[in-house]
Structure formats: C-alpha cells, structure tokens
Design a protein. Structure first.
Length: 72
C-alpha cells in the first residue's frame, strides 16, 4: 500500500493539510473563491492569476487571500 505524503500550508494564518499536491487554482476551487475577486499572495509575493493552474503548492508555503471590498 502506497502512502501519500501530506503537505501543510499556512492559509491566511491557519495551518491546512492536503493529501495530494494541489495547485493554487485547485485550492481556490475547494474554498469556493473566484480568483477574479481576490488578490493572492504566495510566500510574500503577489502571484499572477494567469499561472495559478500550473503553480503547485509545496510544504510550508504561506498563502494570503485578500478579498476586494467596495465602499464609499
């Protein structure tokens, strides 16, 4: 029986674990968040949303997701 390695990331200050390698896009889908309405920071760098499908998370990555809010 093959054991799948877990990865742990920090998402908005909270630790989350995943059984398989996950792309940033897959993470956004699992959180039910539209990438069009947020800014995504990976390890203190804002990432280009055009590459989120090919950008895979690694153990100990830190992700911050910031929602845009309008006001007046």
């Amino acid at each position: 029986m093959k054991k799948t390695k877990k990865i742990k990331i920090i998402l908005n200050g909270k630790t989350r674990s995943f059984q398989k390698i996950t792309s940033v896009y897959d993470l956004m889908r699992s959180l039910k968040i539209s990438p069009d309405k947020v800014a995504i920071e990976l390890n203190k760098e804002i990432i280009n949303k055009k590459i989120i499908k090919s950008l895979y998370l690694k153990n100990k990555d830190k992700i911050e997701i910031v929602h845009f809010i309008g006001g007046g």
